[in-house]
Design a protein around this ligand. Sequence first.
Ligand SMILES: N[C@@H](CCC(=O)N[C@@H](CS)C(=O)NCC(=O)O)C(=O)O
Length: 231
Amino acid sequence: MRGLDVLSSITATLVRFAGGLNATAAGKRPAEPLTLYEFESCPFCRKVREALTELDLDAVILPCPKGGERYRAELLTRGGKAQFPYLIDPNTGTEMYESDDIVDYLYAEYGAVGARPGPKGAIPLLTGSLASLIRAHQGTFVRPSRSPEQPLEFWSFEASPFCRIVRERLCELELPYALHNVGKGGARRDDFVKQSGTMQVPYLLDPNTGKGLFESAEIVSYLDKTYGVPA
Ligand SMILES: N[C@@H](CCC(=O)N[C@@H](CS)C(=O)NCC(=O)O)C(=O)O
C-alpha cells in the first residue's frame, strides 16, 4: 500500500535522525567519480551513503543485493571478499572495505575544513538496522532483471523517503547508476534545476531510452517494466 510505504520510509529517515539530508560539509571535489559496491538496506552502507550526501559527492553505485550475481562476483574478484560497502576512488588510487574507514577517508579527502563525520559504533548500527527493519528489508534481496547497456542516472539525497523507495528497487534489480547527490544547501542544486526544470527528487534519467521521470511510484513501475524479468 502506497501510504504505508511512504510512511515507513519517512520513519526510516527519522530513526536515522535525518542523516544524509544536508550537503553542507563539502570541501575539495574529485575529478573522477567514486564507485561504491553496496546494498540499500545494509546499515554500514547507509552510513557511507549519508556521508556522500553530506559531502555533496556523486558516486557510481553498483548494487549487490543478497542472491545477486552481477556485481557481487565482480567485487569478490576485485577485493577478495563479498563484504559491503566497498569504495573505489580512482583519484587517489584508494580502494577499501570498512564503513568507518570509508567515511573517515571521504571526510578527510573531500570534507570542508573542520567538517567531522557523525557518530561511530553502536548507535548508527542500531538505528540503521532499525530503519531497514521498518522498511521490511526492502533493498536486500535480488529480483531477476536484465542489465542496462549504460548505467542509469539518478538524482537523490539519502534522507529523502521517496528517493529511498526508488533506491531500494534499483538495488533489488541490480541496476548500476550514477548517483547525483543534491542534499539541502548543496552547491549543485541550481545546475540540477537548470537541467530538469524543477527542484524535485527523486529524478531518474535513463540514457538507454531517453526517459526522465520524477515520481517515485512511476519510477519503480518504469524500472520493473523496463528491466524486471518475470521469475
Ligand atoms: N565492519 C564492516 C561490516 C560490513 C558488513 O558486515 N556488511 C555486511 C552487510 S550489512 C555484508 O557485507 N554481508 C555480506 C553479504 O551481504 O553477503 C563495515 O563497517 O563496513
